[in-house]
Ligand binder design. Sequence first.
Ligand SMILES: [Zn+2]
Length: 183
Amino acid sequence: MPQCLDIAQLGSLVIRTKAQKVSDIQTPEIQALIDDMIFTCSDSRGMGIAAPQVGHSLSILIMASAPNKRYPYAPMMEPTALINPHVISFSDESVKDWEGCLSLPGIRALVPRHTQIEVNYVDRHGQMQHAVFKDFLARLFQHEYDHLIGTVFLDRIESTKDIVMEKEYQRLIREKDERETLL
Ligand SMILES: [Zn+2]
């Protein structure tokens, strides 16, 4: 049975540590960690999670985008594990949009991200995969990938004036009908 793992918060060393590549994906330990990460992500109502966020300094991230009341613009995708992801290229164009993070609860910020990103990764069966992510998925990937290099979304903002607290953010999206992303 998958377990719900504790989520490391900003300030913990693992959040600021560059993750190690996974050498043997097929071990029961790694497979169980992937299952636990998917479970923890869903339990926390996140759209993604990275292994350092659950205390493992390993190059594994989960993307689990799905539209719902809170995230009406998120595309549907099966929870997917991306292991040892590698960025091949990204668009010159970038856009700012709201992000939040399970490791920085209560804080939201406008974060500039490339609108398209091309990546390689190894899937949980050990197969090399190639993907091009656009828009919301590109944002989600970049947010989670940052966790693998010890970076959080606040490091990417253009101004501290782009930070808001959750309560004000909720008011803001009600007023402006903006979309919300919690990564
Ligand atoms: Zn995050």
